[in-house]
Design a protein around this ligand. Structure first.
Ligand code: ADP
Length: 327
């Protein structure tokens, strides 16, 4: 395989997700264990371009495994989209002899990593850090479990007030292109309907199920909607329902950014630690341009371009189960 790495850089990029810190910690400490120099790059690719790059020690990542957000901060960088920006970033790495990178982020960050690696011969390993779980090549992503549990806790609270008032509630969760948070949180909270971008929603069926439930005096109804659902956001869906069922007492709750924050769950800390460790091991043996994922509890490597292009597929049987269990 290719040349041996001596100094590595780690960065968090794009949307933040709980568990990124646990991954940074794992990368730093595994790197130090192997005698590598480890650098923390601030604000993703922006810090690579602005030379905001700092040596890390085992102490720099002490007491962060339980913290949400990312101590390295994250950003989106327009400059990195241009060759000139990437070249500037390369020279900042070169002057420190950084010859390997670990990028914790989503598919956009992986696209950037792949381009950079191909242009400047710096091996790049991606770790899927996103709450959306919208990346192929891993059963889960760093942050998904925490986000979904945050959504479940919030929806449980909403259910209490919903039940007290016999109301229909539309809860919008995050997921512009992927409905996993909606699907998992919806199933776990007993939602009557779930609207996700991956499957076509039969609006007539949704409306008639709500009308039928009104007739049966099953007045407590919960619809969980992914923000990227086919009817637009939750408010748009309310308009459609109101037109057909004007008497419905509907409330909307948009969970928003609370889903990104908070202390990572045990599962996210584990997966981040596991992936972080194998990111460094991968660089040590000369792997390049792959994402470290976990499939069936085993580490699995996917070329970055496949992780980027493919989206996970949601099993249709889940949507059927949702309807049966909520009837
Ligand atoms: P995420 O990683 O969460 O999907 P973004 O899509 O915003 O987030 O991507 C993060 C950053 O990755 C962008 O701000 C940009 O700097 C870089 N990036 C994304 N796509 C490309 C690309 N095609 N070429 C170069 N850099 C890219």
């Amino acid at each position: 395989m290719s040349k041996k790495v001596t100094n590595i850089g780690v960065l968090t990029s794009g949307g933040d997700s709980p568990g990124m810190n646990a991954a940074v910690r794992a990368v730093v400490r595994t790197g130090i264990f192997h005698g590598l120099g480890v650098y923390g790059i601030m604000r993703g690719y922006a810090g690579m371009i602005d030379d905001d790059i700092h040596p890390m020690t085992g102490r720099s990542v002490a007491n962060i495994i339980q913290r949400g957000g990312t101590i390295l901060k994250t950003a989106r960088s327009k400059e990195f989209m241009e060759y000139a920006g990437r070249e500037k970033a390369y020279y900042n790495l070169k002057k420190r002899n950084i010859d390997g990178l670990v990028i914790i982020g989503g598919d956009g960050s992986f696209r950037g990593a792949q381009k950079f690696s191909n242009e400047f011969d710096i091996p790049c390993i991606g770790l899927p850090g996103t709450i959306d779980k919208d990346i192929a090549g891993s059963d889960t992503t760093i942050g998904f479990d925490t986000a979904v549990n945050t959504a479940v806790q919030a929806i449980d609270k909403i259910r209490d007030t919903m039940d007290a008032h016999d109301r229909l509630f539309i809860v919008e969760v995050m997921g512009r292109d992927a409905g996993y948070i909606a699907l998992h949180s919806g199933i776990a909270t007993g939602a009557e309907n779930i609207v996700i971008p991956e499957t076509k929603t039969d609006i007539e069926e949704l409306l008639s199920s709500l009308m039928e439930k009104e007739k049966r005096k099953k007045l407590v109804n919960l619809v969980v909607v992914a923000e990227g659902g086919e009817f637009g956001d939750a408010n748009e869906l309310v308009k459609i329902i109101k037109e057909r069922i004007p008497t419905a007492d509907i409330r909307v709750c948009i969970l928003g950014h609370i889903q990104r924050g908070g202390s990572p769950s045990c599962a996210d800390r584990l997966v981040a630690s596991h992936m972080g460790y194998y990111a460094v091991e991968s660089l040590m043996i000369g792997r390049n341009n792959v994402m470290v994922g976990v499939i069936n509890n085993k580490i699995h490597y996917t070329p970055l371009d496949k992780a980027v292009k493919e989206k996970q597929k949601i099993g249709q049987e889940w949507m059927k189960i949702v309807k049966i269990l909520a009837s």
